[in-house]
Design a protein. Sequence first.
Length: 125
Amino acid sequence: MSDTIQSAEAFVDLLRKGGYSAPFFLSVEDADKKVEERDAAIRADEARKQEQRYAACVDLAEKVKQWAEAYPNDIFQEPTPAQCQEAFEKAGFSMTCFSAMVLRVFTKPWGDKATKALADMEATK
């Protein structure tokens, strides 16, 4: 026998004695089973990640819904646009400036929440 074959056989014996296994020590049936187990684990992991992404979206949607329902019109009566315009003109600024401020105040926290939800979703990919 050549030195290469002897050293390869010695290597295989060393692996077997040490309890190690490698794909080339498996039968075809064992190898197929390992591949199926790996594929099932990958599918389960993908399903778990999909569930986490869905849960993050549902959580954000529920928070938006709660906020939207927090100020009912029967308690917080809305002034007419004309009343708003008159009040703002008396204060020295336009309704457009006030509207922009309200939108910034509203969108900042929800933008932060959306950014976090998207980052969480990205982390579970």
